[in-house]
Design a protein. Structure first.
Length: 419
């Protein structure tokens, strides 16, 4: 079983790596085209149907870009489509969600103190909410609300606030913010897959058939692209939030997540305005800083009840009971709390640590049984923990952890939880 745990963790790492790489490509392309669109300048010498041009310099060369409001008069021989960055980002993100929050659902997804759900029910809510969210958003965009973009954006923000609150009523703090990010990212990728790309294909087909493309398809794509532009920065924050308990493990984490969407708007408004006019409004940074100060203040609220006060109230799962009763567990309990609980405690006493990293507690037998896989990977087969070995964990102690995990594996057909 120990080999499987190592392979599974490397699989999660590889998927996360690919997810980050493709997300960088998608975000970079999105930001570039938004900036390019806003920087276009009119020119009477442009070809018929062209709405603006832009000259750029990069890498020792000059680039001349011309934008056609609808389409050129003839289909170019070579046409580059920007779509795979978005699709691959979502697919790898979905795979990572399954690896961590579905396979490891008993530890990371379900919060029994909030909702008494079976693991399959939590997974169903996880998957179903992403689908329903897109359908609701898409219906709004296709309604008369599309004629009032500001109202549409306000309603989208309201939906995100409701989802932020709703996820926190069911899932653990980490899972709640991660799912809000996935909810938003699903809208963004679905915009590309179901709206932007199909509409562009219609325009291309019209050109091939010698028909004049309808300008409405370009307008639809532009609205969806603009939404994606404003949602990008909050999604990145939510994807990173699971590493920071100050973001996900407070009583008001759902409000923190909601305010992050507002900071995304203010920051993007500054850069969008700067690209269009050459100067961004300075007030946006003042608002952003103020919002972040409020966020930091909210993060000082008491940790969520499930994480500390009620953590012992949740009974161990069958898998966790196997680890708690496995040969060698008594010796592990002599090692882990002493070497790790200075940080991984309900009230950490190590200088500079205010809350347990990633909300992982290692004080009681139940704590240690729940975190078996992380202990094995972080302090057994690797020396990642304790950081810089500040508590002087010895090599023989790491071997005790490995033997305990392997002993438990004899009674478990499959048990791995990625970090």
């Amino acid at each position: 079983m120990h080999d499987l745990a190592i392979m599974w963790d490397w699989l999660a790492f590889a998927v996360r790596w690919l997810h980050v790489i493709t997300a960088m490509a998608w975000i970079g392309a999105s930001f570039y085209f938004i900036a390019l669109d806003l920087m276009l300048k009119p020119n009477e010498a442009l070809p018929e149907g062209a709405s603006g041009e832009e000259w750029e310099v990069h890498g020792g060369g000059f680039y001349h870009t011309v934008k056609y409001l609808v389409a050129p008069s003839e289909m170019p021989e070579h046409l580059t489509w920007h779509k795979w960055q978005s699709y691959t980002t979502w697919l790898t993100g979905a795979a990572l969600l399954m690896i961590i929050y579905w396979v490891g659902g008993e530890l990371y997804l379900i919060d029994a103190a909030k909702a008494d759900l079976a693991l399959w029910q939590g997974i169903a809510i996880s998957a179903g909410s992403l689908t329903i969210g897109w359908m609701l958003y898409d219906a709004m965009c296709k309604s008369k609300l599309a004629d009032t973009p500001t109202v549409l954006m306000v309603l989208l923000f309201a939906i995100l606030v409701v989802m932020s609150w709703g996820y926190n009523q069911i899932f653990t703090g980490r899972a709640a913010l991660l799912h809000l990010g996935a909810f938003t990212a699903t809208i963004m990728t679905a915009n590309v897959f179901f709206q932007i790309m199909p509409n562009q294909r219609i325009v291309v087909e019209d050109l091939k058939q010698g028909r004049t493309p309808d300008a409405k398809y370009g307008k639809i794509a532009k609205v969806r692209s603009t939404h994606n532009n404003y949602l990008t920065l909050p999604v990145v924050f939510l994807m990173l939030s699971n590493h920071y308990p100050l973001a996900f493990a407070t009583e008001y984490s759902w409000i923190i997540a909601s305010l992050i969407f507002l900071t995304g708007v203010t920051i993007r408004h500054y850069f969008n305005t700067m690209h269009r006019t050459g100067k961004g409004p300075s007030w946006t940074w003042a608002v952003t800083v103020l919002l972040f100060i409020v966020i930091m203040w909210l993060s000082t609220a008491p940790l969520m009840h499930d994480t500390y006060e009620d953590s012992e109230a949740r009974p161990l799962t069958k898998t966790e009971e196997v680890f708690a009763s496995a040969d060698g567990f008594d010796k592990v309990m002599e090692i882990v709390p002493g070497r790790c609980a200075m940080c991984h405690a309900r009230e950490p006493f190590y200088d500079g640590i205010r809350r347990a990293p990633k909300n992982i507690l290692l004080e009681t037998p139940a704590d240690v049984a729940r975190a078996a896989s992380q202990i094995y990977l972080q302090a057994g087969v690797s020396v990642a923990m304790p950081p810089a070995n500040v508590s002087f964990m010895e090599e023989d102690e790491r071997k005790v952890i490995i033997r305990w995990y392997e002993n438990a594996g004899k009674d478990l057909p499959f048990y791995v939880v990625s970090r």
